[in-house]
Design a protein around this ligand. Structure first.
Ligand code: AMP
Length: 285
């Protein structure tokens, strides 16, 4: 495994691989890696000759009042996770390498980005789409692996790739969870004391709604309310949204079917947590 820190070096390396007929799998991350990230690398490993993982905490996607300076970082441990998951190349640029001057270009998918996460974090998805577009331009033709954990992000990236004809195949990968159902996240480290147990309320709410759907409930508003009441019953959690959406455009689904997605976001203490599940899930945990 090798670590590359400059855009020019990565381009030369990956162009040489593609010139030799090698396929490239790419896993963009912000580091502080856990098994969710590793699962993306393992999926990329199975399908490609070369696996590239980027580790870059992207300032563009953090609002002024968010946790950019506190965002957890541990490059040494990350390199070990990447090695064990089978990555070949780590791209770990500095912020100066990625943004040598303030960006004048912004990539936006506004219709999809304005709802759900975007309602609470209005500049977030423009920051994500812009850095991912830049990373795609640097990495070049590849398959790119994203977690369903960030379902809205996955849909936005897929739409951006289709709209702009990037030579990228976007692959969505299932959510990795802790044994008690909490979706793995770099931010889970912020959960203190009782907050860690309280954080499982998102998973419990999603499973309650899936259970109701399997028992015949097809009214999206009823399922959303059921999720909301689960979260409200947890004193350490504050609900942001709970909804059933169409998986393609993320609009609210009124009468639901198994193609729809349950999405939920809540604050536990100062930590914002998100989760989601397909209504067609048979093993909800
Ligand atoms: P991040 O480092 O948070 O930007 O995440 C990098 C990638 O890992 C994104 O595609 C995330 O959706 C994905 N990811 C994060 N957590 C999980 C998880 N629990 N299961 C699967 N993928 C995940």
């Amino acid at each position: 495994m090798i670590t590359v820190t400059t855009i020019a070096e990565l381009r030369v390396l990956l162009d040489a691989h593609r010139g030799n007929g090698h396929s490239v799998g790419f896993v963009p991350t912000m580091g502080y890696l856990h098994d969710g990230h590793a699962s993306l690398m393992r999926a990329a490993r199975v399908e490609n000759d070369v696996v590239v993982t980027s580790i870059f905490v992207n300032p563009l996607q953090f609002a002024e009042d968010e946790d950019l300076s506190d965002y957890p970082r541990d490059l040494e441990r990350d390199l070990q996770v990447c090695d064990e998951a089978g990555a070949d190349v780590i791209f770990a640029p500095t912020a100066d390498e990625m943004y040598s001057r303030p960006m004048s270009t912004v990539v936006e998918v506004p219709e999809m980005a304005k709802r759900w996460e975007g309602a609470s974090r209005p500049t977030h998805f423009a920051g994500v789409a812009t850095v991912v577009a830049k990373l795609f331009s640097i990495v070049g033709t590849c398959s790119a692996y994203f977690g369903e954990k960030d379902f809205q992000q996955l849909r936005i990236i897929t739409t951006m790739v289709e709209d702009l004809s990037f030579p990228i195949r976007v692959v969505g990968c299932p959510i990795r969870r802790e044994d008690d159902g909490l979706a793995m996240s770099s931010r889970n480290i912020y959960l203190e004391g009782d907050q860690r147990a309280a954080a499982t309320v998102l998973n419990r709410a999603l499973r309650a709604a899936i259970g109701a759907f399997h028992n015949g409930e097809t009214d999206g508003a009823v399922l959303s309310q059921l999720m909301a009441s689960e979260v409200t019953a947890e004193p350490l959690a504050a609900l942001d949204y709970a909804a059933v959406v169409r998986s393609d455009d993320l609009t609210t689904a009124r009468t639901v079917d198994d193609t729809n997605r349950l999405i939920i976001a809540a604050d536990v203490g100062a930590t914002r947590l998100i989760d989601n599940m397909g209504l067609g899930s048979t093993t909800p945990l």
